[in-house]
Structure formats: C-alpha cells, structure tokens
Design a protein around this ligand. Sequence first.
Ligand code: GAL
Length: 992
Amino acid sequence: MELSRRTFHALAGTAALGFALTGSGSPTSAGTARSVPTGPPPPVPRADGRRHEVGFDRYSLLVDGRRLVLWSGEMHPFRLPSPSLWRDVLEKMRAHGYNAVSVYVAWNYHSPAPGRYDFTGVRDLDLFLRMAAETGLYVILRPGPYINAEVDAGGFPGWLTATEGTARTSDPTYLRYVDEWLSAVNAIVAKRLFTRGTGTVLLYQIENEYDAHVGEPTGRAYMSYLYEKVRADGIDVPLFHNDKGRNGHWAPGSFATGGEKGRWLYGFDGYPEPDEVPPDWGRFGTGGAKGGATASPRTPGFVPEFGGGWFDPWGGSWFDGKGYAESRRARDAAYERRFYLTNLANGITLHNVYMTYGGTSWGWLPAPVVYTSYDYGAALDEARNATPKLATMHQIGQLLRHVPDLAKLNRGKAVQAADERIKVYHLANPDTGAHFYLLRNDSEETVTSTLPDAGIDVPVTVPARDAKLIAAGLRLGRRTLVHATVQPMLSLTAGRQDIAVFAGRRGDLAQVVLDCPDEPTPMRLDPEPAWAYNLGKLYVTAPLGVGELSRVRIESDGVDTPMLLLFADDATSVRLWPYETPSGQLLVYGPALLRSAVLRGSTVHLTGDTTALTGLEVWGPRGITHVTWNGRPVPTRISGSGSLLALRPLPGVARPALPALDGWRRRTENPEAEPGFDDSGWTVADKKTSFSTTPVPDGQPVLFADDYGFHYGDVWYRGEWTGEGGFESVSLAYSTGTQGLLMAWLDGEPLGTHRMPVPDKDRARQGTWTAKAAFALPEELRKRFREERGESGDRHVLSVLVRRMQHDMDGKALDTHKAARGLTAVTFEGASPEVTWRIQGTATSDPVRGPMNNGGLYGERAGWHLPEYDDGDWKEAALPRADRRQGVTWYRTDFRLDVDPGVDASVGLVLDDDPERAYRVQIFLNGWNMGQYINDVGPQHTFVLPNGILRTRGANTLALAVLSDGTTPAGPGAVRLTLLGAAAGGVPVTPV
Ligand code: GAL
C-alpha cells in the first residue's frame, strides 16, 4: 500500500497504522456493482388527508408503491392508565427508530356489561390513535376478540364467562357478543385508517394464536366470520393473524377471505429462550410448516410478536418469579441483536417487538400467570426509562429507516467466515447491488475473523453470543461504502454534507473503506480516527467509545458534497437523533431524547429531555443559524464538522425530593364476619345452573361469583341458617387464580385462612386452581352449640371472603376463562343445616376507573379508597405495624409533591417487610388500584405510580387495603416513595 505523505501523517502514532501497513493490501470491493443513489427515507406517516394504498409483495409492504420495512414495538394503552404518558412512550419509540406501534385492545377493559362499551378517559382509543398519528408512527391494531396478553380471561370480559356457548368458535351466542365488540372498536378504527388519510392504522389483526379448530369447519367458519365482519365495518387495510408456533395456520387460502387477493398477510410469533440458537424462521428458512414465513411464500416475512423480554410469575413456588431485572439480564441488548438481526437475515420485513414498553397490569387486569408489573424486561422500562437494550433497537431502527436497500433482499451466495464459529448470512439487494453480511457468534468467546469469501480481509470482531450486520457495496449519500467492520446506523444529508454513522460495541475497531476516485482531504475532528488512501479507496479507522462521538470529514475527493463519518459506541448512538422536517433532514447529538424539531426561519426549535449535563450539536439544512432547546435560545458556534455546537452544555435535571409517608390513619373492617351484619341488600345465591366449565355440585346452589355479576376482585359470602349449629367441620371448596385465598368466620369467630396451593405444572397449565378448605369447629364454638342444641330459632352465619384473583386465559379455546371463581361447594360434617347463601362483590363498576378497579371489600364498597372519602374519625397509626388479625385493615395517608413543572419525575411506591409475614396489600392511589403486593410471595416490591394519576404538583391520597391471614403478625412494614427516573423535559401531563 502506498501512502501519501498527507495520509501517513494522519496515521502516525495511532492504532490504525498497524491496520494500514500490515493489512493485506487493498481489500477487494465486495459489492463491486456500483449502487444506484438512494433517495430520502420513506415519508413519516401522518393523518395527511390523502388516500394511501397499502399493499405488499413477497419482500415487504408497499405503501403507495414504496417499500416499507416495519420496525414496530408493542405497548398496551390499557397498561398505562394516563393518556398523556402514551404520548411520552410513543415519542420515545419514534425517536429511537421505531416506525410503528402495535397495540392489543382488550375487550374486558372497555366493557363492564353486555351491550356497554366505554372508550372514554383512560380508555380513549381514538385519542391513542390520534397521538400515534401525530407522533408519526404507523399502528398495528389487534383487538382480538381474544388477545391472551397475560390479562384476565385473555381479554374476554368478565361477563362473557357467564354466557352460553363456546368462545373462540362459530357459536352463535359468542359471535353475537363478538359483533358488539368489533362494531364498537371498528367504529373508532375506521376513522383512523391510513388508507383514508385520517390516521395511521396500517394493519389489523383478527384473533390471536388461534391454534384450536384449525382445518375444522368451526375454526374456518369463525375466522371467516371475523374477516367478513371487520371488512363489513369498513376496515380496508391488510388483515392478518398471529400464528402460534410457526405452523402455517391461517396462511392465505386456508379460510374464506372474501375472495380478496393480496389483502391477507401471514404472521407468526416467536419467544426463543435466551440459550437457544436463533432459528431460521423466515422466507429463507428450511421450509415446511415449521419454517415460519416459508408457509406463505407470496407474502412478506412477518413476525407480529417477537420476544423483547418475558413476563414474570409470582414468586415462591416452582415457577418462582425472579423479578424483571432478571428478564432484562437474560434477554439483553445482545439477545436482541442476535435474534432480531437473524430475523432480518431471514427476510422478515415486518417485525414487532413484544413488549417494547410493558407497563402495569393495574387493578384486576393481570392474568393468573403474572403479578402487577408487566415491565417485561423491555427496552423501555415500566417507569418509562430507556434501558441499555434500547441501543439495539435504536441502531436497527435507524438503519432500516435510512438504508432502504434492506427492504428487498435475496439470499446471496454462501459465504463462510475464516473462523467457523462465526455463522454468516449473506444477503443482497438485487436492484442496488448492496450486500449485507450478518455475522453471528453463538459461541461463548469473542471471535475475530475475516470474511475472505466476501473479499473482506480485515478482521471483524463479534463478541460472544452476539451479532453484527455489516454492509458492502452500499450507497451512503453520494459515495459508496466498499465495506466496514462495524454496523452502519444511518446515512442522511443535512444541509451541505452527507453524514454516515457507524455504531457498535465500545472497544470495537471500526474500519471503513470508501470508494474515492480522487485522493480526498480528510479532516480529523477528534483525536481517535485515522486514515490511509490507496488506489481509489479511503481506509478510515476509529476505535469506538474511546471518546464520545468520533468524526472524520472527507472532501475534495471528486464529489461536490463533503461527507462526515461519525463513529459511536452504544451509549453514544442513543444520543444521536435523526429527524425529518419539511425543509430537510437534521441530525442532533447530545440530549437523552429528541422529541421534536421544527424549523422556523433560520431557527431550529428542538424539544426533548436531558437527564445529565450534556452538549448539544445540530447538523441541519442550509440557512439554519439559531437553535432553541425546550423554548430557550441556545448560543452556538459553527463547528469544524459543520454543525451548530452549543457554547455551553444543556443543564441536566435536579432530582426532585420526595416526602416521607407518615400521618397514617387506620381502620379495620370486615363487619361482614359479624352475625348481625345486615346483608339484606346482597344477592341471594340460589341459581341452579351455570354456563361455567365447573360443574355445579349436586344438591347445592351455584356459588360461582361470575354467575351473580361479580367478575373482579374479592367476593364475600354469607351462609345463614337456623337451628342446628353443632357441626364438626365445614369444608369449603373454592376456585381462584394463582395466589387466591379464602378466610372464614362462624358467627363472627375466625375459623381460619386457607391459601390456594400452587398446583403442579400440568394442572397449573390447565388452569386448575381448586382446593378444599376444611375448618374444624373450635372447641369453644362447639361448646356454645352444644348448649344451644334444640333451641330452635338460633341463627348462625358462616361468612367467607374469597380473594378469587383472576380468570384463566383461554389459550386453547377450551373455555378455561369460564372456570368458576369463588366458592364452588360447601359441605358440613356432623350436621346438615339448610343454608341460605348470599353473595356480594363489587358494589358498582367505577365509571371513571373502569370495571377492573375494584372488588367487593367493605372498604371498597364504602369508598375508603377514594380521595374524597373523609377519614377524619380513623385512628392515627405509625408504620411499621405488626398486627395479628384475620381480615382486612385499611391505612390511609395524604402526601404532597412539588415537582418542577419542567421535570418528568417517575415515582414508585416501595413496600417491604419481614418476608415471613402473611399479608397482602392492595394499593390505591387517588382511588386507582395500582396493584397487589403479597409480602410473603413477591417478587414485586416497587409499584410504579403513573403521573396523571399521581399529581406531581399537589395533594395525593394513598390507601392501602391490607388483607392478613391471621397466622403471623402483619404489616404494612416500610412504605416509601422512590424516584425511578427523572428528566428535564417530558410531556405535559393532564390529570386523569
Ligand atoms: C404470545 C401471545 C401474547 C402474550 C405472549 C407472552 O404467545 O400472543 O398475547 O401472551 O405470548 O407474553
């Protein structure tokens, strides 16, 4: 290699010298065909008032004839009960490179009763769809009717559990209710379709993981019915289903789709274990039914759900939830790179990461398999903070957006790495001549290898159990990349220069080779990079992560526009924000988040978040001379790399102080246990038949709570009889979700508490959570009854409280959501009293907080959880407590917050105590049920309190409903607020 003097100077004394001088001559150009120039990225979707065409071919979606790779993240509006914060999450997703958001819509969340549908307040689907459009995200809408999703009954409303007919079949009763639901949802969605220019809904899913009745008439009739119904409601975007297990179920042609061609996509999901070798599930896979996208060769590779984390079960049993830090550790940034890049290399061009923001299964929303937090170990945590996993998503998302060559890939000729521990996927775009090599290292050691088959004879490093995508022959602005040893992240034109960003792991050495017919004048703007020029090629090297961003500017190489090469490690890459404005593209570097950029005159107005003192740098269209940040002018100068560089750093955030929680007031309840309690207003439980899958015991009334309209939370029973009191024992059969319990009293005396045992794996999988609580009559009660014997007219009351937890999901279409909840049968030994049963659950469904906010505790029925409740006559109490009592005790306190309006503080509530203590707490913040803490089960101790429900400037009321077994002393122990995140910036929050 000949080095010019100028080049040699640039290299002297740098690590790159070794590369330049010992490299085996000139690396041959891998993608020798000169690529055609690429245009700007696809337009950002908006409700732009224009009609749009949404089609596809086997490579990708085609929106108005233009290829679109969908890089989507799942979030559930129902898991974030504060609409203002939807915008926060959507803006974060958009900024981090997602172009779509996928949402389930949960039927149960919107329907307290048959015929009643509520899309107001926290349930305002239209508002969510408008926000997504304003943010510039496409929407993948997934309203079920069945969704699974780790929500109660898999999304079926509680009332549906008490209806006739088998769900998820073509049963007419079920379909009548399905019609109600879909009509209600579709009336909203039809107004927000991208095809009409009134929203950004791009795709629509029917059913979810429907693998029962496949190929059977009822299954086909059901799916056809849903298809026709959705079309009849005016939904004209492509429809699809999410196949569980890559079986080819519901591929095009497998059921009636109205004879429409090209309007039905095949999609399948995947949740690989962290130790799995990423499978080839795409179009290029091994084929056959299990081959994933090969099941549908004419539609593009589509994963409507691909694991971005995993849900966590309750602790303390064989399934042993370990908390979400563990999910995030096991499925970390490298997991995402290995699996998602393998998906891309398999021709998957519609990709949705489930979850990207998991959120909170507040109230009685969680399915039995999960606890309150649905953080999921996702890239954005439950408190809306970015996690290190976001770097993967950001880099791939920006790449897909800015490098359109990735939208149409064929498999290239087989390529092997010199080190066979590296698996190589070679892909090529037939139109542009760009080549991509996915290098995956499934071994436990970092591997450095060349790729001689591809003409890449500089070493490329892939860390253990990681992957990287490198490119060759790729057009970057007006130049062509011969190849690079690190992943390209984006390429754009800002004003007078082309900018290309390469990103990778800290410590990796980026070696970038560009075609340069004339010897250029590179300019090193940071100390780390170096270069050499030889025979029409420029070799640039830069170690990643030594400084922050490393910059090299190339000009006078015969191209009229200079090019800026930027090198970033993961932490730096997530502070680089490309942004499109009507007047051109921008690249902003520095802050923790860029929410928006607006050009007015010669000023660019930026909004976003900072979490620490940070520089600000803006590359923008010509004529931009001034910058504002969150409304304030930022003095800048023009830097050597052509950016506007802030003269002073932007301030970080002052972490707001949180008050201690004291001034508690306390009140015990459960008067229902007392014989004299007036239950005349309760429902008499005297039904004889039920549509439940649980058999009604011979000779007994139906006691299942759902049959009496009580679908969520706790339920009370009072069985009353006169005469015979002298039984020896009573056996209470009951059925709950995971962690259910039952407590009983006879004539006001506690008989005991029974905790639902965790069944073995098989039974748990079948959703069989049933038990018998047998209570022997205590000696003193026996004595009392002996004395009373014969005296007719004696009245006895057996009071039973069942924490029935939630309904099972119905993953296999076996109506498992219809398994009874509550008492199922009661038998006495030693006597056979004639018992009249009454039942009481939730008093009324909360019209604001929704049907799943409350159960039937006395305090809930009396409004003790509500902020407006006057607790003036309650007793003062200090925490921690150690009371031994079977039953329910409430604690309330008020606290004020005074967070600066310019600060987005994310606050949580922490509960902690001696793990031996058998009690649990329902947490009500300003009346909203923020979840359930089980002290002796875990693993959750921190509960996110979403702003909007939490008033960050003003007064808040916290109410804790403590249910204690009576077998140990019970808390609450330590209860405190904690700051989970703070940023200067945020979104305006409207109180809910
Ligand atoms: C999928 C299902 C989702 C969710 C996920 C696990 O199979 O489609 O609804 O349950 O598993 O989080």
